[in-house]
Design a protein around this ligand. Structure first.
Ligand code: UDP
Length: 318
């Protein structure tokens, strides 16, 4: 019998790619999503697959899954700052109550759980690059705090289940990730810049654009998550991301360079509150533990992502 995995946030950007990967590895996949930020378009290609089921469900409520479960992956959450500013309470609930429900389910089933944490646990970091041992610099009552603190609670609760009940757990701290299936109107920097460039709108750089991020292609992230979950039993947080750091202004310029027909210019907008000034993962641990590092360069990943956005824009305007 195939092993069975529950993926929450299955209709989201990362969740849907995880569904693809686990199905291709021979698993039965049960996907859940309340579709608050996810889209059925991301998983519609899976609906004919007999090893795939989808439940339109809010995982902040009690989760009932009949039969065996080997793995639970908790990926449900708004993840774009634009979304969690719009849905602060839902964001806190899915990181806190949703995590609790997933942990309880994993415990009841004797399953291993992997929870999706984030580089946001480091807040506006005072240590650079960020190692897993860094405790972070988070404003608990700031507007971003709803996401950061929900994810910090997620980590605390996951470790408590590990220590108290001996639950088999994995915690991945995901740094900025990009690729096909990000939404046209996602609100994050790269999808904004690509949509803006393709529609000849100004590229909106917040602040002076000197803040940095490090962008990891989705396939690399999924590979790291799969290895951490299936090939290790390491219960503590592991950073996954691309250590190549770039300023946001340079990223906007790079998008324009790759879309030469664009008429767009770059405009500067106010910097959002508590926006981290720098971000770059130290991936020494992932290298040692998983033999993992990103393989897809931006030279390869950005054109693939742009091609996806082009195709979606054509579909949406048809
Ligand atoms: N950003 C920007 N223009 C946009 C969207 C975002 O300059 O249209 C900036 C944002 O202020 C931040 C960086 O790009 O400094 C990355 O933001 P994003 O929303 O992608 O996610 P974050 O890394 O902050 O979670």
């Amino acid at each position: 019998m195939p092993k069975r995995v529950l993926i929450t946030g299955a209709a989201g950007f990362i969740g849907s790619h995880l569904c693809d990967r686990f199905l291709s590895e021979g698993f039965t996949v049960i996907g859940m999503d309340n579709l608050s930020t996810g889209s059925l378009e991301n998983i519609e290609h899976l609906f004919g697959n007999p090893r795939f089921q989808f439940h339109h469900y809010d995982v902040t409520n009690f989760i009932h899954v009949p039969g065996e479960l080997h793995y639970v992956l908790h990926f449900a959450s708004p993840a774009s700052p634009a979304d969690y500013l719009r849905m602060p309470i839902q964001t806190l609930k899915v990181g806190a109550l949703g995590t609790h429900k997933c942990l309880g389910l994993a415990r009841a089933k004797g399953a291993t759980i992997l929870v999706a944490s984030t580089s946001e646990v480091y807040g506006d970091p005072l240590e650079h690059p960020q190692k897993e041992s860094y405790w972070g610099n988070v404003n608990p009552i700031g507007v971003r705090g709803v996401y950061d603190e929900a994810k910090r609670f997620m980590e605390a609760m996951t470790m408590a289940y590990h220590r108290t009940h001996g639950l088999s757990v994995r915690i991945v701290r995901i740094f900025n990730t990009y690729g096909p299936r990000m939404r046209l109107q996602d609100g994050r920097a790269l999808p904004n810049f690509i949509t803006q460039a393709l529609t000849n709108q100004p590229l909106t750089v917040y602040g002076d654009g000197s803040q940095t991020r490090s962008f990891c292609y989705i396939d690399d992230l999924v590979e790291g998550i799969f290895r951490l979950l299936v090939h290790t039993d390491y219960p503590f947080p592991v950073n996954l991301g691309n250590p190549e750091e770039i300023t946001i202004l340079d990223m906007a310029r790079e998008v324009l360079r790759l879309i030469p027909e664009s008429q767009s210019e770059i405009v500067f907008k106010p910097l959002p509150e508590d926006d981290p000034k720098v971000r770059r993962p130290d991936i020494t641990l992932a290298r040692e533990l998983l033999g993992w590092e990103p393989r897809v360069t931006s030279l390869e990943g950005l054109p693939k992502t742009i091609a996806y956005f082009r195709q979606k824009l054509v579909q949406h305007s048809a």
